[in-house]
Design a protein around this ligand. Structure first.
Ligand SMILES: O=C(O)CCC(=O)/C=C/C=C(\O)C(=O)O
Ligand SMILES: [Fe+2]
Length: 320
């Protein structure tokens, strides 16, 4: 079995409210390089850890973790819509292995995913169904949330399961570092918004457009400095990325939910996707990671980063 990892920020604002052309070109070049790497690796299985933003998972029944046995992307913002090619038997076996490791993961035969999954799949794989993909949802916007430590344990259990497969596996973590886009919260929502957070599946095109317009307008305000959204925090971002590069799991376990919100903003909990992906890689043995890109991009309300990592076993076997 060989295993590599690609982690990347996502943003629904790409193509709607972009940074200056030089920065956009920088990101596009980076995304093209990631795709090329993945094509060269030619994965036989992709496991994607990602959050949802009240498009597929709602408070009528909000799990902390969910493995998709069948999944469809809804196509919000400019992300691709359509079915993922999920290998059902492997997804089911993975669920059993994770449960056997005492992580009570949910299972879905009709998972809906949004740009959190779809953007990463498009960037890395060139589409939703070009490779077999198992989607793993991690709650990152809907309090109360499990701890970062639990995401590490989820990743570890999945990594140990993957180690038993004789396949080339690509692990993907999709999510922002510090960022606080205008995702509504149930705690202070009016009745109409609360209903949308509890059971807002498949909104009308008008409701969807209004929602997207609110996000774009919030990005304009954030970029102009006239916003109550929490600022980006490059120092915190770089520290977190360094923790992952070093594999400092004690530091990960010490990250409290309150400190993540305080330092990184309400959506910084998406770092869980990176934590789970790295923990899955670590389950296969020591790894070598590199931070390929980091830049705070206010136009996307995002501390924007990409990292790649390889199991040292792979590096050693290539060198031999
Ligand atoms: O309803 C909406 O669309 C609210 C805004 C929203 O979901 C924003 C999401 C932003 C990210 O996914 C991100 O920056 O990671
Ligand atoms: Fe997100």
């Amino acid at each position: 079995m060989t295993i590599i990892l690609e982690c990347l920020s996502h943003t629904p604002l790409q193509g709607y409210h972009d940074p200056v052309p030089e920065i956009l070109a920088e990101v596009e070049a980076l995304q093209a390089a990631m795709k090329k790497r993945v094509q060269a690796f030619d994965p036989e299985l992709v496991v994607v850890f990602a959050p949802d933003h009240y498009n597929g998972f709602f408070y009528d029944l909000m799990p902390q973790f969910c493995i998709g046995v069948e999944a469809t992307s809804i196509g919000d913002y400019k992300s691709l819509a359509g079915p993922l090619d999920v290998p059902r038997d492997i997804a089911l076996a993975m669920s059993e292995a994770v449960l056997a490791a005492d992580i009570d993961v949910a299972l879905s035969y009709r998972m809906q995913v949004d740009h959190g999954f779809a953007q990463a799949l498009e960037v890395l794989l060139g589409g939703l169904d070009n490779y077999p993909v198992i989607p793993v949802f991690i709650n990152s916007v809907a309090p109360p949330m499990a701890s970062c430590r639990r995401s590490r344990l989820l990743g570890d259990a999945i990594g140990r399961f993957l180690s038993g497969l004789n396949k080339r596996v690509l692990l993907v973590g999709s999510g922002g570092i510090s960022h606080e886009p205008p995702v509504p919260e149930i705690a202070n929502a009016c009745a109409e918004v609360a209903e949308r957070l509890i059971a807002g599946r498949n909104p009308t095109p008008q409701a969807r457009a209004a929602r997207q317009e609110r996000t774009i307008s919030a990005a304009r305000q954030f970029t102009s400095g006239d916003s109550s959204l929490r600022p980006l925090n490059p120092e915190w971002d770089r520290n977190f990325l360094d923790i992952l590069a070093r594999g400092d799991w004690m530091a990960i376990d010490d990250m409290s939910n309150d400190s993540i919100t305080e330092q990184g903003g309400k959506s910084a909990h998406e770092i869980r996707s990176w934590v789970a992906a790295f923990a899955a890689l670590n389950a296969h043995g020591p790894y070598k990671a590199s931070l390929d890109y980091y830049r705070p991009i206010p136009e996307w309300i995002a501390g924007f980063a990409t990292m790649q990592a390889q199991s040292l076993r792979l590096v050693e076997s290539v060198a031999a």
